[in-house]
Every structure is written in structure tokens, then in C-alpha cells.
Design a protein around this ligand. Structure first.
Ligand code: HEC
Length: 123
């Protein structure tokens, strides 16, 4: 039995490392500190397009096609779980001005994902 458990563990380990695009770890728990960190990062990297409240009305938004959606009122096409938003930040949205933000650390991207969910909830 212990032999097959070891094998299963090895296969799972290999899977976890095989795809960089898949979320490789569990999301960190939401906390006020994490959301604050996300808000601060959002103000630097995201606000010009997505706008302060995530309404898609940043100063650059009018020049974009497609425009950024309103996080609070429109459906997320790339998925709206915290893990899916984290993934969107790692991949970008092809065919739009939304580039991938792999220049930011994974910790920053998780914090951003939680903050985007706050904007979605109208908080
Ligand atoms: C240069 C403009 C620009 C910047 C900067 C930008 N975005 Fe975007 N973003 C877009 C556009 C355009 C889209 C595609 C249209 C849409 O889906 O809203 C998009 C899409 C998204 C989506 C996917 C929405 C969906 O439908 O699932 C998320 C989430 C997102 N952006 C978050 C962010 C975050 C967080 C930042 C800051 C790290 C950021 N964006 C920076 C323009 C930008």
C-alpha cells in the first residue's frame, strides 16, 4: 500500500509542477491586510484603465477597445472566483489591453484578486 501512495504522491507532485498557468496553490485567506495591500497595488497598476471603483472608467479607458468592464455590474468573462481572477492576472486577456501582470509577485496578485472581489461586491 505504501508503495502506491508514494506513486500517487509523485504523480500529483509532477502535475502540480507541470502547468504554470494552473493555480499551483490554494488562495491565501482573505484578510483586511491583504485587501489593503491589493487596494494599494490596484491604485498603482490598475486604476488608469479600470477606474477607482472598478467601473471601467479610468483615465485611459475611453481609448480602449474593448473597454474594461464594470466589475460591480457586469459578468466576469474570465471567471470570478478568487483563483480565476488570480489566473487572469497571470495570463492577461488576449485581444485586449489587459496584459499579464507576472511582473507583480504572486502575493501581490492574490491581494489584487481579493480586492477586485471587493470592488465586484461594491465595497
Ligand atoms: C491598459 C489598461 C488596463 C490595465 C492597466 C489593467 N487592465 Fe484589467 N482589463 C483591461 C481590459 C481592456 C480588460 C478586458 C475587458 C474586460 O474584460 O473588462 C481587462 C480585464 C480584466 C479582468 C477580467 C475581467 C473578466 O471579464 O473576467 C480583470 C480581473 C482585470 N482586468 C483586473 C485588472 C487588475 C487587477 C489590474 C491591475 C494589476 C488590471 N486589470 C490592469 C484593461 C486593463
Amino acid at each position: 500500500m505504501s508503495g502506491s501512495c508514494f506513486l500517487a504522491g509523485a504523480v500529483l507532485g509532477a502535475l502540480a509542477f507541470s502547468s504554470a498557468a494552473a493555480p499551483s496553490r490554494k488562495p491565501p485567506k482573505r484578510s483586511p491586510e491583504l485587501v489593503e495591500q491589493g487596494k494599494a497595488t490596484y491604485a498603482i497598476y490598475c486604476v488608469a484603465c479600470h477606474g477607482e471603483r472598478g467601473a471601467g472608467d479610468g483615465s485611459a479607458a475611453g481609448r480602449l477597445n474593448p473597454r474594461p468592464r464594470n466589475f460591480a455590474t457586469e459578468k466576469f468573462r474570465q471567471g470570478q472566483s478568487v483563483s480565476q481572477i488570480f489566473e487572469t492576472l497571470g495570463k492577461g486577456v488576449p485581444g485586449t489591453a489587459m496584459v499579464k501582470f507576472t511582473n507583480l509577485s504572486e502575493a501581490d496578485r492574490w491581494a489584487l484578486a481579493w480586492y477586485v472581489l471587493d470592488l465586484k461586491a461594491g465595497k
